[in-house]
Design a protein around this ligand. Structure first.
Ligand code: AMP
Length: 165
C-alpha cells in the first residue's frame, strides 16, 4: 500500500507514495482506527496537520476525536494573520505558518503528518504550537523512516508511528 518512487522529487530520494493506501478504504480506516484507539480519551483540544498529506489523516482524525483541526502550511498560503517558524531541513531551510489565533493557551495538541523523516518539519510545527501557548502531547505519523532518527530530534515528546522502515 506504500509505493516506492525512486528519485522523486529529486535524485537520490526514495519517495514513499501513500496514494494507494488512500485509495483503499479498508486500509485508510485501519489507520484511523489505530490512531483513534491511541488518542481517544486523551482529551485532545486540537490536531495540527502539516501540509499537505498531514491534512488527510489529521482532518479525518479530528472529526473522529471531536477536536479542532488546525492546518500548518507553507508560507504565503494562509489568508489571515500568521505566526511563522524557520526550521532546518536536510539541505537548507524551510518555513511553516499557522494562523495566529489557532491554539488557545494550555491546549492539548497532537501533531499529525504522513511521514517522519528527519523530524525538522514536525519540530517546526511544534514550535508554532508552543509559541501560541499550546502543549504538544504527542506526534503521530503513518510512516517513520527510522534511519533518519527524526524520533530523537522530537524527544522527549512521544512519537507514534504505524509503519517503520
Ligand atoms: P522531515 O522534516 O525531514 O521529517 O520530512 C518530513 C516531511 O517531508 C513530511 O511532510 C513528509 O511528507 C515529507 N517527506 C520527507 N521524506 C519523504 C519521503 N521519503 N517520502 C515521502 N515524503 C517525504
Amino acid at each position: 500500500m506504500v509505493r516506492d518512487i525512486p528519485d522523486f522529487p529529486k535524485p537520490g530520494i526514495l519517495f514513499k507514495d501513500i496514494t494507494p493506501l488512500l485509495a483503499d478504504p479498508r486500509t485508510f480506516t485501519m489507520i484511523l482506527d489505530a490512531f483513534t484507539e491511541e488518542y481517544v480519551g486523551r482529551h485532545l483540544d486540537a490536531i495540527v496537520g502539516i501540509e499537505s498529506r498531514g491534512f488527510i489523516f489529521g482532518g479525518a482524525l479530528a472529526a473522529r476525536l471531536n477536536c479542532s483541526f488546525v492546518p500548518v502550511r507553507k508560507p504565503g498560503k494562509l489568508p489571515y494573520h500568521v505566526d511563522r517558524v524557520q526550521y532546518s531541513l536536510e539541505y537548507g531551510e524551510g518555513a511553516l505558518e499557522m494562523h495566529k489565533d489557532s491554539i488557545r493557551p494550555e491546549a492539548r495538541v497532537l501533531i499529525v503528518d504522513d511521514l517522519l523523516a528527519t523530524g525538522g518539519t514536525a519540530g517546526g510545527a511544534a514550535e508554532l504550537v508552543r509559541k501560541q501557548g499550546g502543549i504538544v502531547l504527542a506526534y503521530a505519523f503513518v510512516i517513520e523512516l527510522a534511519f533518519l532518527s527524526g524520533r530523537e530530534r522530537l524527544l522527549p515528546t512521544p512519537v507514534h508511528s504505524l509503519v517503520t522502515y
